[in-house]
Design a protein around this ligand. Structure first.
Ligand code: C5P
Length: 228
């Protein structure tokens, strides 16, 4: 019997990654953040001075990446040819670049088997987070969640993350800048022809705008325990 799969989709900055990672810790499951795959491909392409429109180049990058990737889900680290890419992946630029290459159907097609393989090798269960997990990668997932939050709240969370803590004074202009960058990425992710960001019909709609990360984690764990 295969391991359990819970699909969590939603827009940028909705808190998916922190909530899913903590829920996995509590459940003893594996957390698979598929965004890191798109981010890695974009990073490698940029380093090679490649074009984000060059489907053949992108296909070969995905194949090479698939062969030379080692991944530590517990530490949340990604190694490519022995190099730790993790820090370079979680920049704003890498997120924007990822969204650009994610529009390309060739990239999505090539990344499908890798996403399934990384998830299905989990011993008990995996929470897989992305944009099209419940609709395309695992349409038959054991449970699906669509996680979101208001744009205001998502921008605030991202700012706190960038500042490295909540106790600093809020920088209004920085907040507005983040807001428009998140909005642009959402728009791009929802408008693309292949696998756009959208809620699966059978997904549980989970708005985390007004609750703490801890409450969101507890809720997700409870949902998984009673539905999977
Ligand atoms: O989730 P994260 O912000 O790391 O994802 C970066 C970008 O990768 C997203 O904006 C989206 O364009 C793309 N992505 C995707 N499908 C996924 C995961 C990420 O298109 N399953």
């Amino acid at each position: 019997e295969r391991c359990k799969i819970v699909a969590v989709d939603g827009p940028a900055g909705s808190g998916k990654s922190s909530v899913c990672a903590m829920a996995c810790q509590q459940l003893g499951w594996t957390y698979v953040n598929t965004g890191f795959l798109y981010r890695s491909i974009a990073l490698i392409c940029r380093r090679q001075n490649g074009s984000f429109q060059d489907s053949e180049l992108l296909r070969s990058i995905v194949r090479d990446f698939t062969e030379n990737l080692s991944w530590d889900p517990k530490a949340g680290k990604v190694f490519y040819l022995g190099e730790d890419l993790s820090d370079a992946l979680y920049t704003d630029q890498a997120g924007k670049d990822a969204s650009l290459i994610a529009k390309n159907p060739a990239v999505r097609e090539e990344l499908l088997p890798l996403q399934r393989k990384l998830s299905l090798q989990s011993p008990i269960g995996a929470i897989v987070d992305g944009r099209d997990i419940g609709t395309v990668v695992f349409p038959d997932a054991d449970f699906k969640v669509f996680m979101t939050a208001s744009i205001e709240e998502r921008a605030k969370r991202r700012l706190i993350q960038l500042q490295g803590g909540p106790d600093k004074e809020t920088d209004r202009s920085k907040l507005e800048e983040i807001k428009s960058s998140i909005e642009a990425r959402d728009k791009q992710d929802a408008a693309r022809g292949t696998s756009p960001l959208k809620q699966a019909d059978d997904a549980y709609f989970f708005d985390t705008s007004d609750i703490s990360v801890e409450r969101a984690v507890a809720k997700l764990v409870e949902l998984i325990k009673s539905n999977v």
